[in-house]
Design a protein around this ligand. Structure first.
Ligand code: HCB
Length: 222
């Protein structure tokens, strides 16, 4: 098949066109293109480009959000097809994600979830205003590799520490890595609570999550 379809897929993500991305995903199914190949050679190329442009200040948050939404729309079309064909998309790791109790900011957390999913992580998004115990309970239930804890208020960021304590109490640490984020979160806060990772943005969160998975693999060999 021509590479034009893959190029159009990448472009639909760069343009943040969810409808076009869905149309191209359906076209790939119609042309019997391997859905995994469509994701990796088409849509992922687009989201990577948007991510790089965002990192160097050439693209801004709305473009990132729209690209993420377009990516989600395309994957939603292709995932049932992958399941039907029995193709298993390689999962890099399982992430339980949420915004802490008392906090309803969800834009950044959702963006982190979208980009983690787009990059091959399985994400269980608990939403906003999530009770401390729910993070730990879900992590145990699904066998999470990473728990991502978002907090946007100085009054709620202390709950990131509480989530870590709850994981510790359940005996899940250090196997379950904790990645924190949100506007008030700083490196010194991360060091104080001894979280495993922190990122100021969603692209960085993907890199941190990959790094944490690499650390887990090394731990498993020891
Ligand atoms: Co809100 N709010 N807000 N707010 N809000 C902030 C957060 C202030 C900083 C604004 C200010 O005063 N300058 C402030 C907090 C001050 C503080 O505590 N230091 C504040 C306040 C005070 C409040 C209320 C208390 C206002 C009031 O009602 N009096 C109230 C609290 C409600 C509550 O949660 N209980 C409130 C409400 C709201 C909404 C509802 C109007 C709205 C949220 C809508 C929604 O999320 N659906 C809102 C918004 C939009 C903001 C600002 C303007 C933007 C937040 C945002 O979406 N940023 C924010 C000011 C600001 O942060 N600049 C303001 C964009 C995203 C992409 O960035 O930082 O959330 P992010 O996420 C990044 C990054 O942190 C990282 O990656 C993300 C993607 O790039 N990341 C993670 C995030 N989570 C991660 C988890 C990981 O594991 C890893 C990385």
């Amino acid at each position: 098949m021509s590479t034009q379809l893959f190029e159009d897929m990448a472009q639909s993500i760069i343009n943040g066109e969810a409808q076009e991305a869905k149309r191209l995903a359906r076209e790939a199914i119609r042309q019997e293109v391997d859905p995994l190949e469509a994701i990796n050679r088409g849509f992922v190329v687009g989201i990577d480009q948007v991510g790089e442009r965002f990192s160097c200040g050439e693209a801004f948050l709305p473009e990132l959000v729209m690209a993420g939404e377009a990516m989600k729309a395309a994957i939603a079309v292709l995932e049932p097809e992958m399941a039907r064909q029995g193709t298993v998309r390689q999962t890099l790791g399982k992430v339980v994600l949420g915004t802490v109790a008392g906090d309803i900011h969800d834009i950044g957390k959702t963006l982190v979830g979208t980009l983690l999913t787009a990059n091959g992580f399985e994400v269980i998004d608990l939403g906003v205003d999530v009770p401390i115990a729910a993070f730990a309970a879900k992590a145990r239930e699904v066998g999470a590799d990473i728990v991502g804890v978002s907090a946007l208020l100085t009054t709620t960021m202390t709950r990131q520490k509480d989530v870590m304590a709850a994981l510790e109490d359940m005996g899940l640490r250090p196997g379950v890595k904790v990645m924190v984020g949100g506007a008030p979160v700083t490196q010194s806060w991360v060091e104080e609570i001894q979280a495993d990772g922190f990122s100021e943005d969603a692209i960085g969160a993907v890199a941190v999550a990959k790094q944490l998975m690499a650390e887990k693999a090394i731990q498993a060999q020891e």
